[in-house]
Design a protein. Sequence first.
Length: 400
Amino acid sequence: MNSFRRQLTILLTLLLLVFTSGCWSSKEIEDLSVYVGLGLDVAEESKFEKSINAQGGHYPKNNNFTTTVQIVPRIGPKQATQKSTGASEGQSFLNERLTGDSLFQIFRQFALRRDRPLIGHHLKVIVVSHELTKKYSLEQLLDFILRDNDIRPSSLVLVSHGTAFEALSSIEPGEIPAFYLKGVVGNSYRSNKILPPVSLAKLDGKMQSGASFVLQNVITAEGEHKFSGAEIYKGETKKWIGSFSQIELEGLSWITGEAQEGAVKSYAHPKGHTVTYEIKSTKSKITPIIQGNNISFHVKIESEGQLMEDWSSPEIPSTDKYIQELEVKFADTIKEQIHQVMSKMQNTYRVEVAGFGEQLRIKHPKVWKKVKENWDETFSQIPVTYDVKLNIKDSGSSTD
């Protein structure tokens, strides 16, 4: 019995050694180039690439796009004595660019110019230039990224109005643009002008569904960045077809029920003074209405919030009548935002990105099967009505 126990103890010890042996094939992070941002732009070879090519350093390729890889500083004792080539004084990141026609091959080309291989486990943000997606579909551009197990499916996807390289640049000392952009998306709880984050995994699902969709747009000026509106992608082609302005994106958020935070500004009678409503909650219900072969939709929107700003001077007392007048005024402003985005969807771009088709699929699956093949075009002819009701719960901390 004692011999059996000894043998069992030895066996368990050996098994424990196997499972606690660690990753013998792993590499220390100090020996890797960690990139946190990835940009895709219209092809434009850098001076470095042109010089290298002139010296015979080229390889067979087409110049379809330019890739920007944002690398964070090296970690470890060498950081104090070594500085990444190309990084400006005070910068906490390095942007390296290469041009080609295969993203995978471009990543392998970095091994020829860096002593430490790239690692994508910590990729935070992917920025794609909307100009590039006029020519190539997102499905083509992101194919390698979606296949690569090294890249996290939680990586955020944005579209740049200018170049992706500009969106991944910064003049602010110590700032890492990839982290900055990721942080701004987190402010969606403060404004309905910011789309809910679209990760690589969510984008893959949208593309696989065949439905049209929108992505958050980022613009750059004077080295600073701002989220402004959204870019529209056609479900059939996965290519860029147009844009929503900030106001139109607000209208979209009311339809989808994502306007949970933010502000609505209007101008009240009799002097047209500024008044501002803070959104505290929103409920939106899209109802498909089927009558024979005819389809229509009704959107019912309800919101609660508070009056946060009133420029009437002298201040108008917050009587029930005055509050009710403001509720109607704010509701009219929201209806105008909805009208603008509906006009863009049905008349300008003839595309549906607000979830009407999804509600039709859920509530009337037989009808959906008949119209889903050409849904964007069909939707452009469908009547949509909407009703908006606001409830101002209080007037902040002001007193009459």
